[in-house]
Design a protein around this ligand. Structure first.
Ligand code: PPS
Ligand code: ADP
Length: 198
């Protein structure tokens, strides 16, 4: 008589239960409009994906269309916008995704709240200040916002007639006016490598 051992459910997990050891992180790129946040995020995403990372870019404009369409650009609304995006980024990062967040986040207390949420969850958080001077940003004026502000068509533009509280101790500061997009993205990538996040 042969006996068949009962299958050990722990021996070979069902594929849906397999876990992969990946270290996610949130990389928040803060800076003025046209500083280079979005461009660096997408360049960096390419580098990270080439290294096998799962990456999501939480672009401010896209997020505002869906997740935060109810919000404007008052101090309170910008704070709420940043907290919602920070919440989403932490969820992704906690699950092994590298969340790249090119969002202005002009207020220090908003950014600190996001950092605190990540710290509380034990999730890696990296703050990159894309510190392009406002004169250079206004010259680039990717979306024509600086021209519109100058023409009196809009007001409350970050860095011009609305506050931008510069990060005092970012994990990295990028002077995008002094380097190429590839160099800027490589600098962030290098930091992530040093921290075991890429
Ligand atoms: N008044 C004013 N000030 C700043 N930015 C403005 C404004 N009005 C519209 N926009 C466009 O909205 C983008 C900023 O959205 P964010 O979600 O990144 O901003 S914030 O963190 O909530 O302040 C921002 O995108 P980026 O240029 O990519 O930074 C602008 O295109
Ligand atoms: N080193 C650099 N890093 C990022 N962008 C740069 C750099 N040098 C020049 N640029 C240009 O600056 C512009 C930045 O636009 P964008 O990324 O949309 O800014 P933001 O997302 O901060 O509003 C792009 O046209 C980009 O090609």
């Amino acid at each position: 008589m042969t006996t068949t051992a009962a299958p050990d459910p722990e021996a070979r997990p069902h594929p849906s239960r397999e876990t992969h050891v990946t270290t996610g992180a949130t990389v928040w790129l803060t800076g003025l409009p046209s500083a280079g946040k979005t461009t660096i995020a997408h360049e960096l995403a390419g580098l990270l994906r080439a290294g096998g990372r799962r990456v999501e870019v939480l672009d401010g404009d896209e997020i505002r269309e869906f997740l935060t369409a109810d919000l404007g650009f008052s101090r309170a609304d910008r704070h709420t916008n940043v907290q919602r995006i920070g919440f989403l980024a932490e969820l992704l990062a906690r699950n092994g995704v590298t969340a790249l967040v090119p969002v202005i986040a002009p207020y220090a207390d908003s950014r600190e709240a996001v950092r605190g949420r990540h710290a509380a969850g034990g999730t890696a958080y990296v703050e990159v200040h894309v510190a392009t001077p406002v004169e250079v940003c206004a010259e680039r004026d990717v979306k024509g916002l600086y021209a519109k502000q100058a023409a009196g068509e809009i007001s409350g533009l970050t860095g011009v007639d609305d506050p931008y509280e510069e990060p005092l101790a970012p994990d990295l500061r990028i002077e995008s006016q002094e380097q190429s997009v590839a160099e800027s993205a490589a600098a962030v990538h290098q930091l992530l490598v040093e921290r075991g996040l890429a």
